[in-house]
Design a protein around this ligand. Sequence first.
Ligand code: SF4
Ligand code: SF4
Length: 308
Amino acid sequence: MQASAFQWDAWYEKVGGRSIKIDAVDDYLQQIYQDQYQRLDGPVNATVQPFTPTEAASLIKSKAIALGADMVGVCEVEPSDVYNGREVSERFAIAVGQKMLWRAFQTVPSHESAVECLRIYFTLGEIIIALAQFIRDLGYPCKIEHPIGDSDLLHIPIGLKAGFGELGRHGSIIHPQWGPLFRMGSIVTDMVMEIDHPIDAGIAKFCDNCRACRIYCPAKAIPDERDPTAGKDHLGNDRYIVDTAKCFPYFAKYNYCSMCLPVCVYNHKEWARDFEGHETKLWPNLIMEEPPPAVNPRPDKNPNPLES
Ligand code: SF4
Ligand code: SF4
């Protein structure tokens, strides 16, 4: 079943308008919409460079990493990866990810964490624009699916198929090395490349026993159990479904919330912390403005004071 593209403007209108007013966020939005969006297309070289699928995938991946990507993978596009009412005729998607800095999420929600989300949308946009032109210079047409939204492709299934990680309880992909603190965009093309595959690193199983994101979600939007009616993830597990009717209004009001990402246990490994000489903590400060009352007191289980 195809998902419908999210109508951000209509939705912000419904919840009283975009209530996050941060100058640095507005600057990034302006640069993305007024500059990057004018550079999404480019000329295609009339001379096509021939590659084997393995050579093509290897060349594109090393170029993406050289441009600043932290992760890159290739998959074939299926109809279920495309938003309802949109079309993608290209056969392959190149998923590109860039990690956000853990140190910007030491206090959440905060202006700093909101700006970090937008900073990565911008820098990832630059990487993808440069990578797309590299592909066109090799003689292959391609199209950019910008990370900030209103794309034709659903980034999450593309990232899962490209081997970025497994789907966490909080609805974001967890990369085995970088955790969930990253953003994705993609490029679609008919350049034939060797594809990657979904991974099983034991993360989905780990989620079944860990509930850190659920416990700390201020909107109580993260579920306790997988939903057998919600379809399967790429490992055949029933999916966890985040209640967006609870998450989105909180997210819109409090600096894009994001609390579920830095509390995710997969960030608390030494390798996922920011190095470059920066002191960071293992656990963020959580600002719980207006946490709503618990919606599922789970009377059959031991009461958890954090959920009351
Ligand atoms: S963004 Fe905030 S409100 Fe939404 S699921 Fe994550 S923690 Fe909950
Ligand atoms: S906090 Fe725990 S349950 Fe939530 S996504 Fe991360 S590992 Fe999974």
